[in-house]
Design a protein around this ligand. Structure first.
Ligand code: ZN
Length: 366
């Protein structure tokens, strides 16, 4: 029964299933977008904008989107497992072809996953923001409605009352405290204002997503990589916080600054920690020394970081770092040092070529 072994060594079944899953995900995403628009439409109506039930509708939409992505991810994982077996079973040109095919599918997966995820987020944010704008319109209508003085019944023009506010009657001088009207209260208490700010900052959000993906694709990012990520996070956080400051009566410049810092830090996550900064700095020093071409100095650099797992590991990581930043010539020199440090017995040139090929193939799969 030769066929029973065939699926393990031949990824073509898994490949066609993955391609079907990709097409299914596209179809499902288009249908999902229409469902989201239909589900959110009642909350954009003037009678009860952004009313109860909107949050549940958004949560449902998020769950369905993650199901679409989950199905797509499972087919991709199966494909990659299948390639792993197939690549291991082959040698020479046949292996090369499979590796090339596998890298091509990894690229497709990366771009398609990013596109589906981003399109999904934009759909949700846009739907929430359109309900929020309807609510904002209702709130501004409330601000134009005068209230009656409780003592003399004369009208008092109150404007945007967003929290309990006391007004002195112009006719009788009595003090009246008014609560915010319902739409105004809902607008300032709920997620609507954030939804409007998120929609306004979508273009900065896209730039941030790209910067974040690039940063996270690196095994050993350098300080310059972080700066790009940080700048994108700052722009996005600032765009949102500024609009929030303009639309919220209680927000002053200090709050905009504080909120910008907080949102940018949230977006950066672990990358903003001092440990991560120290690691980036260590690799930047190593890359610098390696670019100078002096192997003795490079060895000294590796020895000067005893806190890491070990000198051989550090040199191996430095080779990955320099290679993923595109400098194959310097990476080659570090691989030479790695051969020496690891006391490899295999022929030096063969070992180094294998090592470089392994770096190439690992990078292609990221
Ligand atoms: Zn009065």
């Amino acid at each position: 029964m030769a066929e029973t072994d065939a699926p393990m060594a031949d990824p073509s079944n898994a490949l066609s299933e993955w391609q079907n899953a990709l097409a299914d995900a596209r179809t499902a995403l288009a249908a999902w977008k229409q469902d989201v628009e239909r589900a959110v439409a009642p909350f954009q109506a003037a009678e009860d904008p952004a009313g109860p039930g909107l949050d549940d509708a958004v949560t449902d939409a998020e769950v369905q989107l993650s199901q679409i992505l989950g199905h797509f991810q499972r087919a991709y994982s199966t494909l990659m497992t299948s390639y792993e077996g197939a690549v291991a079973a082959q040698t020479g040109d046949a292996r090369q072809r499979l590796e090339w095919q596998r890298a091509e599918q990894a690229r497709t997966h990366r771009t398609q996953h990013a596109q589906i995820f981003d399109e999904g987020q934009v759909t949700i944010v846009t739907a929430q923001a359109s309900a929020a704008r309807a609510l904002f319109d209702a709130a501004t209508r409330e601000w134009n409605q005068p209230r009656d003085c409780r003592s003399c019944g004369d009208v008092i023009v109150v404007g945007a009352v967003w929290r309990p506010t006391t007004f002195t009657c112009g006719s009788c001088g009595d003090k009246n405290t008014y609560e915010p009207a319902p739409a105004t209260e809902r607008f300032y208490d709920g997620p609507s204002l954030n939804a409007i700010c998120a929609e306004q900052a979508l273009s900065e959000w896209r730039t941030l997503r790209d910067a974040q993906r690039r940063y996270q694709s690196l095994a050993h990012p350098l300080p310059a990589d972080f700066e790009m990520f940080q700048e994108a996070a700052q722009e996005w956080a600032q765009a949102q916080a500024r609009l929030h400051g303009e639309l919220h009566p209680a927000w002053d410049d200090d709050m905009v600054v504080r909120e910008t810092e907080k949102r940018a830090a949230d977006a950066l996550g672990e990358a903003a920690s001092s440990d991560a900064a120290a690691t980036r700095q260590r690799f930047a020093e190593g890359a610098n020394v390696a670019a100078g071409g002096d192997l003795t100095k490079l060895m000294q650099w590796a020895q000067s970081h005893p806190e890491t797992a070990g000198m051989a590991d550090l040199v191996s990581q430095l080779a990955v770092c320099i290679h993923e930043h595109g400098d194959r010539t310097v990476a080659w020199q570090v691989i030479a040092l790695q051969h020496h440090v690891q006391r490899e017995t295999q022929d030096r040139d063969d070992w180094m070529r294998d090592r470089l090929a392994a770096l190439d193939s690992a990078l292609a799969l990221r």
